[in-house]
Design a protein around this ligand. Structure first.
Ligand code: AMP
Length: 125
């Protein structure tokens, strides 16, 4: 069920639980304000999720409320993940679903980093 980008933050969402170490994830990298880990259901040879450590529901919530330091750290982490995984070598795609119409399923902001193969058209028509 897609979530509302403007709903209150739910401390029990699955990525909050990963941040608290309550459920495992395969870490790619960590920084002061961000965590990157492999998607459990990869849609490309490289499929990594980057999340802020702070309690932000969506891209909408994050860009309205996060500090400059959190935003800078998050954007740099996305770039660093692409370099560390080798996705940068031949090109990659970043994507963040925000709210109901996008199909966002997990109510903690995440950016998908896809790479490792040709990725096809940006959206299916
Ligand atoms: P979205 O539809 O943009 O909200 O994407 C949610 C993503 O989270 C999907 O690609 C899922 O495969 C992924 N996901 C859900 N649970 C986990 C988990 N425990 N560890 C890693 N990825 C997960």
């Amino acid at each position: 069920m897609p979530i509302d980008a403007k709903q209150p933050y739910d401390e029990q969402n699955i990525f909050a639980r990963i941040l608290r170490g309550e459920i495992p994830s395969k870490t790619v990298m960590e920084s002061e304000h961000s965590l990157a880990f492999h998607d459990i259901n990869p849609l490309a040879p490289i499929h990594v999720l980057v999340i802020p450590r702070g309690p932000y529901v969506s891209w909408d919530d994050f860009t309205a409320k996060a500090s400059d330091a959190e935003i800078a750290d998050f954007v740099r982490t996305v770039g660093e993940v692409a370099r560390q995984t080798g996705a940068d070598a031949q090109g990659y795609r970043i994507l963040s679903n925000s709210g109901k119409r996008s199909g966002q399923e997990v109510a903690h902001l995440h950016v998908h980093v896809f790479g490792g193969a040709p990725l096809g058209p940006m959206l299916a028509r």
